[in-house]
Design a protein around this ligand. Structure first.
Ligand code: GP9
Ligand code: MN
Length: 682
């Protein structure tokens, strides 16, 4: 009698034979499956590096088997149209994600399609961020076509007799799908399923579910603004109430409370400005001397992080204004603009401030025209409606011209209003960082003298060094932006606009420059005019964590007032994030947002920043929630599992509650239902 093991082996052997037979007789289908599967694995290899993990392969296989099954509904000669269409779609998914990952270290989202109008504005930038390797996926549809023509030539399609067999073929391949899916599902944990549902931990989802399931799921998640408010409201509202009962956000008095009460505020949204620039010199020339000076005189948050997601500039505007995190899927500015958000703009308006924003780009970019109203701005000055487009570089009007014209408007605003709060959104230091490489005092070349071995004469060598490189170009546009800020402060001063005014300057997010550029910069070898090899004893890798930590942006609060200046002059080295601005600055201005997700930096001992993908940071460590790895800043620190669990739980809670507020419009809806309850109790 055969034992169970033998029987199982036989069954498996038979299944294998059947599968091989099936694939041999279904060449187009097989080609589609294999090429799509290879592309998906290739993408993971290029991005998250888990090339051989079993579960994403099973998930990708189940996905393409399922898609492939329906090809059998078509007659053999027509199937190519079906498979080719899908092959192109799946190839595009790989290609776009490949480009996106290289530049944003994350996977893309369908919700961005909704913002494609905005992206058109940065199409130049897109051209410069694509690399040859991003095209390696297009072999798949080409191979499919090639196989099709070969089969056609051999008369394969006319030989295949399929009448009545097509439905059976669909069924058979669907059964195969279910079997593969079964194996895949058996590898899942509740955490995996919850992360697929929430979708914010994008890398993790791709590593576990493969790229196709990720993208399919993302499509559903991107329809959420329309669909999800219909589901899960009660659970979300319950979690929301519990969260704010526990985390009572009453503003505590501290030594900075009310110090700026009644002052004008000019907030400068410094495009792509990173903190390391304040300490960077190229050939002895400082990149950001003006910011450095303001930082040394004011309150300087030197360990401050932007918490933006796919909505980049707009996410930062949102988080700065509301102290909530960006949406987990889509962007608040484009997809969730019609909800109600308590914001710094609205709080100050209640204090009789005139609240406005200024930006030299088009008003519909990031849906600002609509969303700025929603945030509470009284007026949005933008593009050719309000600015003379007299000096255009990169994405639009130069920062210097923009500021010059804005000062004129500010003069009028200051005359017409008692108090004002304005946001000035910069533009020039935006990818692709072009326009200043030949017109700057930053010398990107590397010059040195050496003795020529043949002539024995001294000669000067000029290496390209940073010239023609993205990071080099970034240095030149950032330097320009810094000059523009210097010019703005001077002009405001000349016009007497600094007397009663507080400046808040923040970098909106990092410049999204690739890690390799930094690796080259920090490991540059003038002898060879190239990057040191990693076997060189002097080579020091610019690691993934170095890169993450280097993404920090400056936050500077500055005032001309001597007494106040003395009071605030300080470097804040503890970790802080964009969502801490409203509670911290708000307390200084005498306003309080009970729904803030961040904290007043001076009223808490728990310094913590969560990123929209669930990664988090304290003063002790950076934790990568995608793969459970971490970097600890202090070698002597002992990190317990409890410590990691505690902060991971808080990180996930903050992301979830913020997102629920956005999706379900919880602040407005729960207030409305509380009113109804109170009304009923009277
Ligand atoms: C465009 C500017 C840039 O108006 O704010 O937006 P970004 O590409 O950085 O999100
Ligand atoms: Mn930006």
């Amino acid at each position: 009698m055969k034992n169970f093991g033998q029987k199982l082996l036989e069954v498996l052997e038979k299944a294998k034979d059947n599968t091989i037979y099936f694939f041999k007789n279904n060449i187009l289908f097989t080609t589609f499956i294999v090429t799509s599967l290879i592309n998906a694995s290739l993408l993971r290899f290029v991005t998250v590096k888990n090339f051989t993990a079993v579960s994403p392969i099973l998930a990708d296989l189940a996905f393409v088997l399922c898609v492939g099954s329906f090809g059998y509904f078509f007659k053999p000669k027509n199937r190519i149209k079906y498979y080719l269409t899908w092959s192109i779609i799946l190839t595009l998914a790989c290609l776009i994600n490949s480009v996106y990952y290289t530049n944003y270290v994350s996977f893309t989202s369908f919700s961005l399609l909704a913002t494609s109008l905005q992206i058109v504005g940065v199409s130049d930038a897109l051209q410069t961020i694509m690399e040859i390797k991003d095209f390696c996926y297009i072999w798949a549809p080409i191979t499919l076509l090639f196989v099709h023509f070969k089969l056609k030539k051999k008369g394969y399609y006319t030989k295949v007799r399929t009448k009545g067999k097509r439905k059976v073929a669909v069924l058979k391949s669907l059964v195969a799908t279910v079997i593969v899916l079964g194996f895949f599902v058996s590898t899942l944990t509740p955490t995996d399923i919850s992360r697929l549902y929430k979708q914010w931990n994008r890398e993790y989802v791709v590593m576990k579910f493969g790229i196709y399931t990720y993208q399919g799921n993302d499509l559903i998640a991107s329809l959420k603004p329309q669909i999800s408010p219909l589901f899960g409201y009660d659970a979300a509202a319950k979690e929301f109430r519990e969260y704010y009962e526990k985390n009572n956000n009453k503003s505590e008095k501290n030594k900075y409370s009310d110090i700026f009460k009644g002052k004008n505020v000019i907030a400068i949204h410094a495009e792509s400005m990173q903190t390391f620039l304040l300490d960077t010199k190229i050939n002895g020339v400082e990149i950001a001397p003006n910011l450095k000076k303001l930082a040394s005189e004011g309150m300087y948050f030197s360990n401050f992080y932007s918490q933006e997601s796919v909505g980049t500039s707009s996410d930062t505007e949102f988080t700065y204004s509301t102290s909530l995190l960006p949406a987990s899927s889509g962007t608040v500015f484009v997809s969730y603009w019609d909800r109600e958000y308590p914001s710094i703009q609205k709080f100050l308006k209640e204090e009789d401030y005139y609240v406005f924003s200024m930006h030299a780009n088009k008003g519909n970019f990031w849906n600002r025209e609509v969303m700025h109203k929603q945030l509470g701005y009284d007026h949005f000055y933008y593009y050719d409606k309000d600015y003379k487009l007299d000096d255009m570089v990169g994405l639009g009007l130069t920062d210097k011209s923009f500021f010059r014209q804005s000062v004129e408007k500010l003069k009028k605003i200051s005359n017409d209003h008692d108090k004002f709060y304005g946001t000035l959104i910069m533009l020039t230091n935006h990818t692709p960082f072009e326009g200043f490489a030949d017109n700057t005092d930053i010398d990107l070349t590397y010059k040195y003298t050496r003795v020529n071995e043949q002539t024995k004469q001294e000669e000067t060598v000029e290496n390209n060094y940073l010239k023609g490189r993205n990071l080099g170009n970034y240095f030149t546009t950032a330097h320009y932006a810094d000059e523009a800020i210097g010019q703005l402060v001077d002009d405001l001063d000349k016009e007497g606009l600094l007397e009663d005014t507080v400046l808040v300057i923040y970098g909106d997010h990092d410049a999204k420059i690739k890690r390799g550029e930094y690796d080259y910069y920090y490991n540059y070898d003038p002898e060879t005019d190239s990057k040191r090899s990693n076997t060189d004893p002097e080579y020091k890798e610019f690691s993934k964590y170095d890169y993450e930590l280097n993404r920090k942006v400056p936050l500077i609060i500055w005032t001309k007032d001597k007494d106040l200046k003395k009071k605030i002059n300080k470097e804040i080295k503890t970790v802080t994030g964009m969502y801490d601005v409203l509670p911290t600055l708000g307390n200084m201005l005498g306003i309080n947002n009970p729904y803030a997700m961040g904290h007043d930096v001076f009223s808490t001992d728990e310094h913590f920043v969560v990123f929209p993908n669930g990664n988090w940071m304290t003063d002790i460590m950076y934790y990568d929630n995608q793969n459970g790895q971490a970097t600890v800043f202090d070698n002597n620190a002992v990190i317990s599992a409890d410590y990691i669990n505690k902060w991971t739980e808080r990180a996930e809670k903050e992301v979830a509650v913020s997102n629920d507020i956005i999706v379900h419009d919880l602040i407005k809806k729960t207030q409305e239902s509380d009113k109804v309850i109170k009304g009923g109790q009277k």
